[in-house]
Design a binder for this molecule. Structure first.
Ligand SMILES: [Zn+2]
Length: 457
């Protein structure tokens, strides 16, 4: 359950201007920290620990489409994509496929399936943003197969799930546009996949999408997992008020959960590896400029989620929903131990799970005389840390200790003070410890070590 930021793979744009970077923020739920029914416990792991940074801007060394030609093409492409969006929103399959290159039959067939797969998805908005000042290099030999003029400007699909997304979700598309006669068509969306330009994929790229929902929970998955969707809908809908009871109500109070059919599908959708022992992931986009989160999603890792008992599912979903609720005030100033410890604090709160069970791995260490010397660093949450379960347990108990001292509300105020949020910078942990708890970092660490021994020895 690490707080991390990732970015789309570095694209090889030919750059003539700068655009706002969109950073994708990830937090994952590690199975190992979740209490599993029937004494079952999985080894812990974490997602890949790629650190976030803005997409690199690489000046190209190839000729850029001349300005006037670029403007002419951009007008044609925007019109093409507007017709595509209209057709999708109005369920006009013929109109949708009219924008696809007739001489690219495989791509056309995939686009037909994509259209069908989206049928049940409640789209409140679907449009495209074209930036003609960024274009992919067209010097590769692969594009010569079209035997026609091609162009690959930067395109984002902008969409909202009706009733759930309060802000636009933006997903990078790497379309190849091809000119046939006077008209432009979409000829492919994967020509740049091996050169840093992987088109973002949704569940709808992998098969038909079906929906389960309550007023507060929207769960998307595939037809083979309808029962799982219903279960997750119920557990998540029950978890939301539990999260709000501690955190407060200044968040959407709604969640969107995606249930892929496989770990491979999950891995492709979030463009991350190292998921073999992850139960679920929470992602969001942080739009450049505002820093406000958008497109918040919880994504289930099916094989691991299936291993969880009923209590484990509750803990994991409360944990992930906590990441969604706290997203706007979880910033660079928030250490991972606080983000993950707080999510586990709400995850376990009131479940009746004994401290010794939730902190099992750490208890074994402490009884063997291995009391941790310091709070976990962000790097300690890497997937290759063999003592990852202990790292989460240490984090959880740090938050539990703060709540014991200043109450759950005090823990919430502490969390907010550390991270800050859009337009306000957080004070960081050391300041917040001093002002909220009257402790230096060293004093806090001494108390925390004693607390660990006291709770787990
Ligand atoms: Zn987490």
């Amino acid at each position: 359950v690490t707080g991390q930021r990732r970015v789309r793979r570095p694209p090889r744009w030919v750059v003539t201007a700068l655009a706002a970077a969109i950073v994708v923020q990830f937090t994952a739920g590690v199975v190992g920290t979740a209490y599993l029914a029937a004494g079952e416990r999985l080894a812990a792991s974490a997602p890949d620990n790629t650190l976030g940074r803005p997409a690199p801007r690489i000046a190209g060394d190839v000729a850029i489409t001349p300005v006037r030609e670029r403007a002419r093409r951009a007008t044609a492409i925007r019109s093409l994509l507007a017709r595509r969006s209209e057709a999708l929103l109005h369920r006009d399959r013929t109109g949708f496929l009219a924008g696809i290159d007739a001489e690219s039959p495989d791509f056309r067939a995939r686009q037909g399936r994509l259209f069908d797969n989206l049928r049940e998805v409640p789209l409140g908005k679907w449009s495209y943003l074209v930036d003609p000042d960024h274009e992919m290099s067209q010097s590769g030999g692969r594009l010569s197969r079209f035997h026609a003029p091609v162009w690959a400007p930067q395109v984002d699909v902008i969409y909202r799930l009706a009733g759930f997304d309060r802000r636009d979700t933006s997903q990078r598309q790497y379309f190849t546009f091809v000119q046939r006669g006077a008209r432009w068509y979409i000829g492919a969306d994967d020509d740049f996949a091996n050169s840093g330009g992987q088109t973002a994929r949704g569940l709808w790229d992998f098969g038909p999408v079906v929906v389960a929902r309550t007023a507060t929970t929207l769960v998307l998955g595939h037809p083979g997992s309808r029962d799982t969707l219903r279960t997750i809908t119920q557990v998540a809908a029950a978890a939301i008020p539990r999260v709000s009871a501690v955190w407060g109500h200044d968040w959407a109070g709604k969640v969107v959960i995606l249930v892929p059919d496989s770990q491979a599908e999950l891995s492709r959708v979030i463009q991350a590896g190292e998921l073999s022992q992850i139960a679920a992931v929470a992602t969001a986009e942080l739009a450049g400029g505002t820093g406000l989160p958008a497109g918040e999603r919880i994504i289930i890792n099916p094989p691991n989620f299936a291993k969880l008992g009923s209590l484990g599912r509750q803990v994991v979903l409360r944990h992930e929903i906590t990441h969604v609720a706290t997203r706007a005030v979880t910033t660079d100033a928030t250490p991972t131990w606080l983000a993950e410890g707080f999510a586990d604090y709400i995850g376990y709160l009131g479940t009746g799970v004994p401290v010794g069970a939730a902190g099992h791995e750490l208890a074994v260490d402490i009884r063997a005389g291995r009391v941790p010397k310091a709070l976990p660093t962000n790097a300690d949450f890497g997937g290759n840390n063999s003592r990852l379960a202990q790292v989460y347990e240490m984090s959880w108990l740090a938050c539990r200790m703060i709540a014991a001292a200043v109450g759950p509300d005090g823990l919430v105020r502490f969390y907010r003070a550390v991270g800050g949020g859009p337009g306000t910078s957080g004070s960081g942990v050391e300041d917040a410890l001093r002002t909220r708890l009257g402790l230096s970092m060293a004093q806090f660490t001494v108390r925390w070590r004693a607390y660990l021994s006291n709770q787990l020895a």
